[in-house]
Design a protein around this ligand. Structure first.
Ligand code: HSE
Length: 346
């Protein structure tokens, strides 16, 4: 049985989701993969920072947060380390980075990822900032240090959009991808069609843990644009900037617009697309009125979908959760298992 020690940066929805999975799937992971994961440290701005070299039980961390809203009453060998101190000084082999996403600066997550890779630790993250803004640099740093940089959770949460696209469909010669890549806006649009107001639908998406800390990122299309940038890099090997994505959000769509589309047998969806044409890659995010017969028109709620257009297979569509606590926590598990598989083959 191989055990890996984890340092968690951030303890919000995503890392709590991962902790729940590790708590609930411990026996399954041991039996099916011969692996276990021990959380040795957590550093979170609002919940505190604790470190215990021989590890915590995932359940005690979750219970503390549920009971107290923080980690202050969890017994620990060391308290108060900031994220960089935990990354540098802990005995963790893998850093799970889930601090908040900032698509303008990528910080503080970029510094966390850099420090982790420089100190010989693998990194898994669902944080879109570092991946959208400096994937090439961080992937190179990982290579130089013979460590892995797992980013599956940055697009479509635990639905394996990157894995499928990168490991399989890229070789089928991808020409275009198009999809619904933001759960919050799809949830809002679905509910507005049912007559719920924009404000109430957004509030519920926040409550369900789908929305970004600042939901402007969702409704103005920045989140989907960030995901387009990530897919451009990972599936098409093109490094583009956020400003190169033509972007329109959904904030100007009214209940009336949505009802009008419904009466005409159509539905508004926020569509992100990347298309290679004449040697150029065009990246776009915008609301599009789709006929109900379109495959993406039936994708509702926080569910996401992506259609890959390939030379060898034609169209392949993947539909699944795009946001959510355990759904994104599961993406972290996917990356953790990829690290385990890579280690086992050495
Ligand atoms: N805020 C994002 C969404 C979370 O709604 O899709 C997942 O990246």
């Amino acid at each position: 049985m191989k055990n890996y020690r984890l340092a968690l940066i951030g303890f919000g929805n995503v890392n709590q989701g991962l902790a729940e999975i590790l708590r609930d799937q411990k026996d399954f992971l041991a039996e099916a993969y011969g692996v276990s994961f021990t959380i040795v440290g957590v550093s979170a701005l609002s919940k505190g920072s604790i470190y215990q070299p021989d590890g915590f039980r995932a359940s005690e961390l979750l219970e503390a947060v549920q009971r107290d809203g923080n980690l202050e009453r969890v017994a620990a060998a060391q308290r108060g380390w900031d994220a960089l101190a935990l990354i540098t000084n802990s005995n963790a082999e893998i850093v799970v980075e889930a601090s908040y996403t900032d698509l303008q600066t990528g910080q503080p997550a970029i510094s966390h990822v850099r420090r982790a890779l420089e100190s010989g630790k693998h990194v898994v993250t669902a944080n879109k900032g570092p991946v959208a803004l400096c994937y090439a640099e961080l992937a190179e740093l990982a290579r130089q240090n013979s460590r892995l940089f797992g980013v599956e959770g940055t697009v479509m949460s635990g639905t394996p959009a990157i894995l499928l696209g990168r490991e399989v469909l890229k070789s089928a010669r991808l020409r275009k991808v198009e999809g619904i890549l933001n759960g919050t806006t799809n949830y809002i649009l679905t509910n507005m069609e049912l007559g719920v107001s924009y404000e109430d639908a957004l509030a519920e998406a926040q409550k369900q843990g789908y929305a970004e800390a600042d939901p402007t990122g969702d409704v103005e299309g920045f989140d989907a644009a960030g995901k387009a940038v990530i897919l451009s890099q990972l599936l098409f090997d093109r490094a583009i900037g956020m400003v190169e994505v033509e972007r329109t959000g959904i904030s100007r769509l009214t209940l009336e617009d949505i009802q009008q589309a419904k009466q005409a047998g159509e539905r508004w969806k926020l569509i992100a697309s990347l298309e290679e044409k004449d040697g150029k890659l065009r990246a776009r995010v915008s609301p599009i009125r789709l006929p109900l017969s379109h495959p993406l028109a039936g994708v509702s709620g926080a569910t996401n979908a992506i259609t890959y257009e390939t030379q060898a297979l034609g169209r392949v569509t993947l539909i699944g959760p795009g946001a959510g606590r355990q759904q994104t926590g599961f993406a972290m598990l996917t990356d953790l298992l990829s690290i385990h598989n890579a280690q086992s083959m050495r």
